[in-house]
Write a protein that binds this ligand. Sequence first.
Ligand SMILES: Nc1ncnc2c1ncn2[C@@H]1O[C@H](COP(=O)(O)OP(=O)(O)OP(=O)(O)O)[C@@H](O)[C@H]1O
Ligand SMILES: [Mg+2]
Length: 332
Amino acid sequence: MGWTAAQWGLDVGSSSTVVYDLSGGFLLDEPSLMLEMPHGGGTGIGRDAADLMERLPSAAGAVRPVRAGVVTDLDTARRYIRAVVRRILPRPWQRSRLSVALVVPAAASALERRALVEAAEEAGIGRVVALAAPVAAAVGCGLDPLDRRAHMVADVGAGTAEIMAVCYGEVLAVRSTRQAGDALTAAVRHHLRTEHRLLTGPAAAEALTRQVGLAQPDARLAVSGRDVEHARPRSLQIPAAELHDLVAAHVAAVAQVLSSCLDDLPAQAVDDIAADGVLLVGGSSPARGLKAALESGLGLPVKQAENPVTCIAEGAARSLVLPDVRSVFGLR
Ligand SMILES: Nc1ncnc2c1ncn2[C@@H]1O[C@H](COP(=O)(O)OP(=O)(O)OP(=O)(O)O)[C@@H](O)[C@H]1O
Ligand SMILES: [Mg+2]
């Protein structure tokens, strides 16, 4: 990295943290988790924290620094971002001129956004500009949010699902819901507990949720957890069809909220979007039936991004060197 100032896109999501460096590419893509490591091991983040959390009961206190794009505790967020920055740039002189485009939810209030920006500044990042996730995703996928044609981006992540339409630098419509991937994982856990008397950790339930999308209805999916009654470890095979219903209800609810953004769109903008398609990003974008539910709710074609999670941090980093995007969409 030498003496040139580093320029990053930093996406601290509810589920994953992605760092994209403008000159070096992806530097980090790990779970958004923080843990005080045992035996004075300092602050553990990402996979280090996730690995221990699954093994040590004493590590169950690992925390997510951000939920639904909102900093729950300023000190935690600050310590987390500091640990991320220090892992990548261990020397103080490397950090001194770091400039970052920080991804925030489109629907975050000014106060919520401010808290995240402050956490990043207090973590030692010299220059911070905030950018709404759908705008960053558009740039990351080669769309120009300053185009005279309208574009629409849906980001279905873990803590939030959002949709935004932009045209010529103006935001035409935004809708957001907290019914995203975390809510689906919670529904799967609840189903396993009530229907199969199985207690699962979030990681096991999430792994199961990820498999559901590709599984045929007659497939059986394995899941491990503990028995509700005697707390012994137990494994189980459940028919995929059982979870398909759960997922279908979930994606229908998400699609319904996001589709209401049509109410705010001028007809000509709808024509533009109909011609180009709605860009779908976020880790939950492969969820079974989501694309189809959005297409029928919006009445518009939907295209899945090639790199649905990392395009957001990449687009944020690229925005740093697009002065127009930065000045029109950059938030403080
Ligand atoms: N194949 C899959 N099918 C369904 N859901 C998936 C799949 N793979 C990942 N997910 C879900 O994607 C979510 C993570 O998405 P993403 O990384 O975009 O979230 P995030 O950016 O950290 O969260 P947010 O932006 O909402 O704060 C998790 O809830 C996970 O369960
Ligand atoms: Mg996200």
